[in-house]
Design a protein around this ligand. Structure first.
Ligand SMILES: [Zn+2]
Ligand SMILES: [Zn+2]
Length: 354
């Protein structure tokens, strides 16, 4: 074999067998897609991806009191217990193993607010009939005081500079989102320029509050409990601000109004709910619109702030959704993009050498 052919063959083999050594062609992929490789893992297994999964469970409150740097690749008792709690919270079969439905739930884009805060798990902790009464509050039940029932909100300067959504569209979307909560309660919301109770902004990566954003998908947004008022959205998301999100061209499209309605629930004092059709359920699928308060959301907010006498009750929850089909065949979009990139490298380098 000629030396050049040998080198080209060697490069080809290296590229095929060391695919993880190459950066993805498009970095904008779900940061949690790699969890699919852990499907089927259970107590006693060792897998290289388990430290990342432990980090995920740590970030959302399911593993506490351990330095993330020390996470091992062994599926230990602590991980099994965390997965069982997660499965209870999301009303999955409580197997303690990383079965496909648990992995699928974990890879969905979600709110950055933990499900368990300071060790207190509230999701799914109450007995429930017909999916009601599963709403939760933050520890200590913080709320806006009665003297502050007329709340104000403002967009920070980063809102207009980091995303390509017009200010007028942002105003419309957030006005509608706040109105959904105002309709059910005695609270009112007014946009102001300065000195607002609630501040709304888009941020990228680490933005100074210890809760860095992670690019496209993964964590979408987070908001702080009363009376903090900060509401942060990940500027890297493929936000759909107007138009029909279910027909968006991007497989990573996220409906802005749906996320806004959810985060406003946190700003008012609601935690996460185990009711899948509730606004306060932690995850939302791509290309999905979910903006109507469910009975669970209404019960929770009215218990905190009282009922608007003119409120006619929760609308049937409208959840139009289309599964992200990009992971057909067991591989995410990132996997295919990565393979295309690697093939380009192999062909290109091979041709140069030959
Ligand atoms: Zn949330
Ligand atoms: Zn933040």
């Amino acid at each position: 074999m000629k030396l050049s052919n040998f080198i080209a063959t060697l490069l080809l083999l290296i590229c095929i067998h060391s695919v993880s050594a190459f950066p993805p062609l498009f970095p904008n992929v779900n940061p949690w897609d790699a969890f699919q490789n852990l499907s089927g893992c259970h107590l006693g297994d060792r897998m290289p991806g388990l430290p990342d999964l432990k980090q995920y469970l740590h970030d959302f409150g399911y593993i506490s009191g351990q330095s993330p740097a020390n996470f091992s690749d062994s599926f230990d008792d602590e991980l099994e217990a965390a997965i069982k709690t997660y499965q209870k919270n999301f009303r999955l079969n409580v197997t303690g193993a990383l079965d496909p439905s648990t992995i699928d739930q974990m890879t969905l884009p979600r709110c950055g607010v933990p499900d368990i805060i300071n060790g207190t798990s509230t999701m799914a902790s109450k007995s429930s009939l017909h999916g009601r009464g599963l709403y939760t509050y933050f520890t200590g039940n913080p709320r806006w005081p009665p003297s502050q029932s007329q709340l104000t909100y403002a967009f920070t300067s980063t809102s207009t500079s980091t995303v390509s959504i017009s200010v007028s569209t942002l105003r419309e979307i957030f006005s509608r989102a706040f109105a959904r909560w105002a309709d059910a309660t005695t609270l009112t919301f007014t946009e102001v320029e300065n000195d607002a109770d609630i501040t709304i902004g888009f941020f990228s990566g680490d933005h100074g509050d210890g809760e860095p954003f992670d690019g496209v998908l993964g964590t979408l947004a987070h908001a702080f409990s009363p009376t903090d008022g900060r509401f942060h959205l990940d500027a890297a998301e493929q936000w759909v601000a107007d138009g029909d999100v279910t027909t968006a061209s991007s497989d990573a499209a996220i409906d802005l109004e749906s996320v806004a309605v959810h985060e406003i629930g946190h700003l008012l004092g609601l935690g996460h709910s185990s009711v899948e059709n509730a606004i306060m359920f932690p995850t939302i699928r791509t290309k999905t619109k979910k903006v109507d308060l469910a009975a669970d959301d209404v019960d929770g907010i009215q218990n905190l702030y009282g009922k608007n006498p003119n409120y006619t009750g929760a609308s049937p929850t409208t959840t139009v959704q289309q599964r992200d089909t990009s992971d057909g065949g067991g591989h995410g979009l990132g996997w295919w993009r990565g393979m295309v990139w690697r093939c380009i490298v192999v062909v290109g380098v091979g041709a140069l050498v030959v």
